[in-house]
Ligand binder design. Structure first.
Ligand code: ADP
Ligand code: ZN
Length: 728
């Protein structure tokens, strides 16, 4: 190639959604114009790959003669907005993940890159069929409004099979029409049907003030049932009125159903939804609609933060304290923290909403970094539940039972008053341990250092870490004794059994992830509870989150001590949040609510704070303890988890990595120590903990360290988790 040709050669960096450290350079074909954010297809090895034209160069000088050319480019897919490119780099840097892996999350909607299928719905409008049947009549009745329905939706409404609908299409009675997407319906932003209380409207005014100035984080801190949602709806309305995009993050997809219905009531149209439970077609449609700015209002799980919003002007993180925001596989990130970062990058306001804010957010308020808006009482007549303890040392349950007499009596009274009771135990299955009475044998997972949990409903013993299960055996595998296997301790199924014996006429529902087949069934169950179709609900932490059950008067916590004994810097905080949230489900409307906590440690500060409703005292104590120990948010942590199928190999490698840690001021490397869950899926686990002062550059330290440390080879694995939440 001549010198002239060389200088006129145009190249672009292209980032691929793979675990690569940087973009690669490609030649731009003659006559093609490419811009950062454009989706392109490029050759990589023998394959063609979808990638994105990056905004920053690869930083490598490569001889253009060796470069390959961009194969093709998508001009009908909206490009990734510039802000997404910067966000990707930021998240990658922060979490110490290859940027390509973050990009992969950003484009996890493969159907967005195919021509969108046109979806047809049906609408009544044609002549009546010659032959009318009862089923057909039901369809016509259901479709009488003249609105357009999805076929399956109409079939379900009319209680007929899809064939009946197709029949009515072929007779011309139902007309096929292009189905609009939810985001094509206009929002009602007049706010005519909204009546805020004085307290709420004061809070809403404050929240909506200064939002034009760009980045500002507000902690919306209100007791359960105070109407935080109503308040941030005002901020959403303001954003939508101005034509911007608004995003609400939820910690759990189970919550999105009830929430979307509520948005529809408030705004007269549905927001777009985003979570892993959607069909890939729908994900593709939503992704495109967000990218081209059509979808203005999005509600989703943590991954929605990575959607390609070109004009995001408000982010709400609902239940900001929830651990569901921490993603632990592939890219490990804390979505609440990343939401604040995204707000900062895009200069848009962020609202963190919770009745039990995280210590991190409270400390940020105290330091003046976040604005604080408080709602200290419940909406309308509803008052906060009274919380009492049941001292299990003084009034223990009968042998083989788990509910102490005062709790049983309270349930009885609740049922007599025609109200609902909820029993909370954060443990799935029937019993957490099964042992043999004759020889003492205990059922343990063959792949993990964990007991097998009996699930009576499914008739098997299961490992909650790797999913291994065996049928419940008839005899002890060690001594052969028959009828000697004894379940130890309760799970929700066992509580359900006790309730069934004690209250045979009560209608019961177990709310536990393993009892439900999927998100649809969960939503249906939640609606049933809401509609009062159950008297007693027995649930795991699935019930603690944000649900609104109008008839619920009593919440009984079966084991208040469960979370307190864990060796985890956030154990006390988490227990406090969980128990306040779960007891906060009671008495959200007219009925007076009550919370009863069974505990062997009624004097424990966490339990005391709950009983006295003294959140501030608890927070003050907890913050002091964290400050003294230089634990987050006063210090920073990172965890490095090393695993291998061989114990020695894992341990030796962990030591070698630790030895390579350079000395540094204000950064300390602890370990390696065998992880509390020493084996998972047959892999031995060792953990190093990096503890740093707040001002230290933790990421850079780890980056340099790992560059010079031995590399994990063979079946060794090394996973870095910045700001870890799990220490097991
Ligand atoms: P929080 O999110 O603080 O727990 P919610 O926003 O869910 O509280 O409100 C609790 C209940 O009170 C909901 O059923 C909600 O519809 C109702 N509510 C709160 N504020 C109002 C209001 N201004 N008008 C009508 N209903 C309200
Ligand atoms: Zn296991």
């Amino acid at each position: 190639m001549s010198r002239e040709a060389l200088t006129s050669v145009k190249t672009v960096p292209v980032l691929l959604p793979l675990a690569l450290p940087a973009p690669y350079d490609y030649l731009v074909p003659e006559g093609t114009e490419l811009h950062p954010g454009d989706f392109v297809v490029v050759p990589l090895g023998p394959a063609l790959r979808l990638g994105v034209v990056w905004h920053e160069s690869s930083g490598r000088a490569v001889d253009p003669a060796k470069l390959r050319a961009v194969e093709s480019h998508f001009d009908d897919v909206p490009p990734l907005p510039e802000i997404s490119l910067r966000f990707c780099d930021w998240v990658a840097n922060y979490t110490l993940t290859p940027p390509g892996m973050v990009l992969r999350m950003m484009m996890s909607a493969s159907k967005a890159f195919e021509a969108p299928a046109i979806r047809f719905g049906v609408r009544a409008g044609g002549p009546e069929p010659e032959r009318m049947t009862p089923a057909r009549a039901r369809v016509l009745e259901a479709a009488a409004s003249g609105m357009i329905f999805r076929k399956s939706e109409l079939a379900e409404m009319a209680g007929v099979s899809g064939g009946v609908i197709d029949g009515l299409v072929s007779t011309g009675t139902l007309l096929q029409e292009v189905l609009p997407d939810p985001w094509e319906a206009p929002f009602d932003l007049t706010g005519e049907n909204v009546q805020l209380s004085d307290l709420q409207s004061g809070a809403a005014k404050e929240l909506c003030a200064n939002t034009d100035d760009g980045f500002i984080v507000t902690l919306l801190d209100g007791v359960t049932g105070s109407g935080k949602t109503e308040v941030y709806f005002e901020a959403i309305a303001q954003t939508l009125k101005a034509g911007g995009q608004a995003l609400v993050l939820m910690p759990e997809i189970a919550l999105t159903g009830q929430f979307i219905a509520r948005c529809e009531r408030r705004f007269g149209a549905k927001p777009a939804e985003w979570h892993s439970g959607m069909t890939s077609n729908m994900r593709g449609r939503v992704w495109r609609a967000v990218a081209n700015g059509q979808a203005k209002f999005v509600v989703g799980a943590r991954s929605a933060l990575f959607l390609p919003f070109p004009d995001l002007r408000l982010i709400v993180v609902d239940e900001e304290h929830d651990q569901g925001y921490k993603q632990e596989d592939r890219v490990t990130y804390q979505a609440r923290d990343m939401a604040v970062l995204r707000g900062n990058l895009g200069q848009c306001p962020v609202v963190l909403s919770s009745a039990t804010p995280s210590i991190e957010s409270i400390v940020n308020v105290q330091a003046g970094r976040y604005r604080h808006i408080k709602l200290e009482s419940r909406y309308a007549q509803a008052t906060l539940p009274d919380i009492e303890t049941v001292d299990m040392r003084k009034s223990p349950p009968e042998r083989g039972r788990w509910l102490a007499p005062p709790l049983v009596k309270a349930v009885e009274e609740t049922l007599e008053d025609g109200q609902q009771a909820l029993l909370f135990l954060n443990r799935r299955g029937y019993a957490p341990l099964t042992l043999c009475r004759s020889c003492g044998y205990r059922f343990e997972c063959p792949n993990c250092s964990a007991w097998l949990v009996e699930h009576r409903f499914r008739r098997r013993l299961e490992c909650h870490h790797c999913g291994t299960f065996i049928p419940v055996p008839e005899e002890c595998p060690q001594c052969g004794a028959e009828d000697s296997l004894t379940p130890c301790g309760p799970g929700v199924e066992r509580i359900d059994e006790e309730i069934a014996e004690r209250f045979p006429d009560a209608r019961r529902i177990i709310l536990s992830s393993d009892q439900l087949t999927g998100i649809e069934e969960l939503r249906r169950t939640l609606r049933e509870i809401e509609a009062g179709e159950a008297d007693i609900i027995i649930g795991t932490q699935l019930v603690a989150k944000g649900h609104h059950f109008p008839g619920l008067a009593l919440v009984g916590v079966v084991d208040g001590d469960l979370g307190l004994t864990q060796a985890d810097p956030r154990a006390a905080e988490r227990t406090f949040q969980l128990l306040s949230q779960v007891t906060g489900r009671a008495g959200r409307e007219a009925v007076k609510g009550k919370g009863l906590i069974q505990t062997y440690m009624p004097d424990h500060p966490v339990i005391q704070a709950l009983v006295q409703g003294d959140r501030d005292a608890f927070l003050a104590r907890e913050i002091e303890a964290r400050r003294d120990a230089e634990m987050p948010p006063f210090g920073r942590l990172a965890s490095i988890l090393i695993s291998s199928s061989l114990r020695d190999r894992a341990e030796t490698f962990a030591r070698d990595v630790a030895r390579a840690a350079p000395p540094a001021n204000k950064i300390e490397v602890l370990g390696p120590a065998e992880a509390p869950l020493a084996i998972i899926r047959g892999r031995y686990r060792y953990r190093l903990l990096v503890k740093a002062a707040r001002e230290a550059d933790l990421q850079n330290y780890i980056r340099l360290w790992l560059q010079n440390a031995p590399k994990p080879r063979a079946d060794l694995r090394l996973v870095v988790d910045i700001d870890p939440y799990s220490f097991l």
